[in-house]
Design a protein around this ligand. Structure first.
Ligand code: SF4
Length: 448
């Protein structure tokens, strides 16, 4: 299908809205749909949807008229409808369910800031979104007016960043930062740009998908003052790629903002290899680089959206090699309990010997790569400028490869293996378990 134009839709109930209003993001926000009566102007609800919408304390429902117009009114299984209209399944508990499955709160040194990885932080600046996704990882925080992220937290968050020179990359998210008042967004971006060690600012947003009208010239002018600034959108299904989204992405790209996409693998929405292939190819057509496919988190309300990890692997198998590498995102499981993103992919290395590595390609073609027998590590003088100045407490597996560590042990390991004794039974020399050439004594903290 060569360059089929992307659709532009408006539900019949909105046909009489003047274009001036329809294209105004304030109008889109103030006319969001959230009640049984609102939705039944567009399509008949199922009994399950009606019951869910009448359930007290349900995760907030709000859908922009633009995004609601993308729903096929004749299809109760429509993939866009599934993402934003609750069903009774949302209320069901499931095995493994958690409120904060990524342990973000445990990784928050100050309110609204998550410092999980060595060189970057997540800064939550609002808990408002343009529409609300039923599988939201932060449903414990998002949409609740009683848990609004106060602007007085910004100073505390900024102070933490100012005082932590290892932070070179700040991801602004929420909620959705592009729902913020422009002045407030400008204030946050300006303050971040004034911090010398913040090299990169990233924004995570679903606004271009829910409300592309928000991406106007004024917003692009504002954002491009803060380069290098990257932006990740969140598209899950090809039906979300419209003429309006394409135009919004074009504007952002012209403002010099590199665009990526994060999808969540969702049962009944995008859990099919061919559908995902179409999605990633269409994203690249609008100059958005597929960045991540997330395994659905173990979060309350999202049990019915979960697929097996095997389904994700099958999808990755259908992408790598079958379409250009530019279209292939990284599939990740965000480890429950706060382990962070763990990439998962089919295995392409089948075996190895001293001088051969046996690999297979996407077609099942198997070949041997001959390793060089005269390979030498780069000279120390070449790499010295790039080495970190001090110890890296999160060196992890790389610490084993680089020889800085011999083992990574659970916290309880030594205690259990001492079997109740204060010191090892045979000799008490602490150095006897140290491998020759493994790290320098006193160089870095114990990595248990
Ligand atoms: S846009 Fe993001 S933060 Fe907002 S409801 Fe959807 S997933 Fe959650």
């Amino acid at each position: 299908m060569p360059n089929t134009p992307f659709p532009s839709k408006r539900a019949p109930v909105f046909q009489d809205v003047p274009d001036e209003q329809w294209n105004d993001w304030h109008w889109q926000l103030s006319h969001r749909l959230n009640t049984v009566a609102d939705f039944e102007q567009l399509f008949p609800l199922t009994e399950s949807e009606r019951k869910a919408l009448s359930t007290p304390d349900l995760f907030r429902v709000d859908i922009t008229p633009y995004f609601a117009s993308l729903i096929d009114p004749a299809d109760p299984l429509d993939p866009i409808r599934r993402q934003v209209i609750p069903t009774e399944k949302e209320i069901l508990p499931f095995s493994g369910m958690m409120e904060d499955s990524l342990a973000e709160d445990a990784h928050s040194p100050v309110p609204g800031l998550v410092h999980r990885y060595p060189d970057r932080v997540l800064m939550l600046v609002t808990n408002q979104c343009a529409s609300y996704c039923r599988y939201c990882t932060r449903s414990r925080l998002v949409g609740d007016p009683h848990q609004a992220i106060s602007s007085r937290y910004f100073e505390v968050q900024l102070d933490y960043i100012r005082n932590t020179p290892q932070i070179r990359d700040v991801l602004i998210s929420g909620g959705d930062p592009l729902t913020m008042a422009p002045k407030m967004l400008e204030r946050v971006l300006t303050a971040l740009r004034e911090i010398p060690h913040v090299e990169i600012i990233r924004i995570g947003t679903r606004v271009p998908v829910f409300m592309p009208q928000r991406v106007d010239d004024a917003l692009c002018d504002l954002l491009q003052r803060f380069h290098p600034l990257w932006l990740n959108i969140h598209v899950n299904h090809p039906n979300e790629i419209t003429a309006e989204l394409a135009e919004a992405c074009d504007k952002l790209s012209r403002a010099g903002i590199p665009l990526g996409n994060q999808s969540v693998l969702l049962a009944g929405v995008n859990d099919d290899p061919y559908l995902m292939r179409k999605l990633v190819q269409d994203l690249v057509r609008i100059r958005v680089r597929p960045y991540y496919i997330y395994q659905c988190d173990l979060v309350e309300g999202a049990g019915h959206f979960r697929t097996t990890v095997a389904k994700g692997l099958e999808i990755m198998e259908a992408l790598r090699g079958h379409t250009s590498g530019l279209c292939v995102p990284t599939y990740v499981v965000d480890a429950p309990g706060g382990g962070g993103k763990i990439p998962v992919m089919p295995n392409y290395v089948l075996s190895a010997s001293r001088d051969k590595v046996v690999l297979r390609n996407f077609e099942g073609y198997i070949s041997a790569y001959t390793e060089p027998d005269d390979y030498q590590e780069p000279d120390e003088s070449l790499i010295a400028p790039y080495k970190p100045a001090g110890p890296d407490p999160q060196e992890g597996i790389f610490g084993l490869l680089s020889g800085n560590e011999l083992a990574i042990k659970p916290e309880w390991f030594d205690q259990v293996h001492l079997r109740g004794r204060g010191t090892p039974r045979l000799r008490t020399d602490q150095q006897q378990g140290k491998a020759l050439g493994s790290g320098e004594e006193g160089e870095k903290p114990n990595q248990t």
